[in-house]
Design a protein around this ligand. Structure first.
Ligand SMILES: Nc1ncnc2c1ncn2[C@@H]1O[C@H](COP(=O)(O)OP(=O)(O)OP(=O)(O)O)[C@@H](O)[C@H]1O
Ligand SMILES: [Mg+2]
Length: 303
């Protein structure tokens, strides 16, 4: 489903191609170029995001991710190329595109001197919500961000994680179908990061299409079913997570065991089962698992 794919042709990986099966596409980017002065930030990028997918857009600093997202969001005009969102051309029908899209920007877009609830009311108003509909969505935003207990606090008094959660809720008040997150976990602790992941999983489960942009591989691995890697403004690879991680030549597996007591025990059991082992090593839990076990998963919002 991408312009240039690493060893994958449309229709493989169990995913029907648009041409063969008419699969719906939420975002179609064709030959996108973004130039700043003499510098080409995005260089002929083509990719498609299937409706209902949780799509990871992965790339190092300066790869062109935010420039691409700003073009999708209609806040930046591409130098060349076309983008369709929900079938609408962003250049020809920007209002339709903005109705369908919820874009959570990389930088916080909040009013520091207003309270949490006031921010949600202002953003809801900007999305055209009024009266009972606005009140309902503000309550939804407080619930989503778990900031109900802090509704009257001014934003400048909130922690980084609380601001990030509010930034997400404020961007999604108009109940968009297609959600684009640009590095939403920047500067947050593991508790808030987990909560943000839970928010995104819940929104995806409700049937929304998600584009998740980051340079943290483990975040894409934890959340996404498809992934595109961009570098220097170009698409490097795009495929299902399963196909990208499945390397036919790989002979390394990571297995979690609950009963085995030691490497020697495991080696003996494998030998007894006739499994020939080249090397075997035991790994501890990840530092994050230890951190969360020791400090708990509850959000750390100052009361
Ligand atoms: N408004 C701008 N004016 C000039 N150059 C810009 C502008 N915005 C981005 N760039 C440059 O374009 C390139 C791509 O930037 P972009 O922000 O799109 O990358 P990114 O993948 O989002 O990076 P990051 O992970 O750091 O957020 C970079 O070299 C950046 O310096
Ligand atoms: Mg960026």
């Amino acid at each position: 489903m991408c312009g240039r794919v690493g060893g994958w042709r449309e229709g493989e990986s169990g995913v029907p191609s648009r041409r063969t099966a008419g699969a719906a596409l939420s975002i179609e980017i064709t030959d996108l170029t973004v130039q700043y002065g003499q510098s080409l930030a995005v260089r002929g990028l083509s990719l498609t995001v299937p409706t209902g997918s949780c799509f990871g857009l992965l790339g190092p600093n300066g790869a062109g991710k935010s420039s691409t997202i700003r073009c999708i969001a209609t806040t930046q005009t591409p130098t060349s190329g076309t983008i369709r969102v929900g079938g609408h051309d962003v250049a020809a029908a920007p209002a339709e595109v903005r109705r369908l899209l919820g874009v959570v920007p990389q930088g916080l877009a909040l009013y520091d001197s207003l309270s949490v609830a006031e921010n949600l009311r202002v953003f809801g108003g900007l999305f055209g919500l009024r009266g009972a509909a606005l009140r309902g969505r503000v309550d939804w935003g407080l619930e989503l961000s778990q900031l109900g207990a802090h509704r009257d606090k001014r934003v400048h008094t909130l922690s980084g994680g609380m601001k990030r959660r509010l930034n997400i809720a404020a961007s999604l008040l108009h109940a968009p179908k297609i959600l684009v997150f640009d590095e939403p976990t920047t500067g947050v602790d593991p508790q808030s990061r987990n909560h943000i992941f839970d928010m995104i999983r819940a929104l995806h489960k409700e049937g929304r299409t998600v584009v998740y942009t980051t340079h943290y591989m483990e975040e894409v691995e934890a959340l996404c079913d498809r992934v595109a890697i961009v570098d220097h403004g170009r698409l490097v690879v795009c495929d299902t997570m399963e196909a990208l991680l499945a390397d036919a030549g790989s002979r390394e597996f990571s297995v979690s065991l609950s009963e085995v007591t030691s490497v020697a025990d495991l080696r003996a059991r494998l030998a007894a089962a006739g499994v020939v082992v080249e090397s075997l090593e035991s790994k501890g839990r990840s530092l994050e698992a230890v951190f969360l076990a020791l400090t708990g998963r509850a959000l750390r919002d100052a009361s």
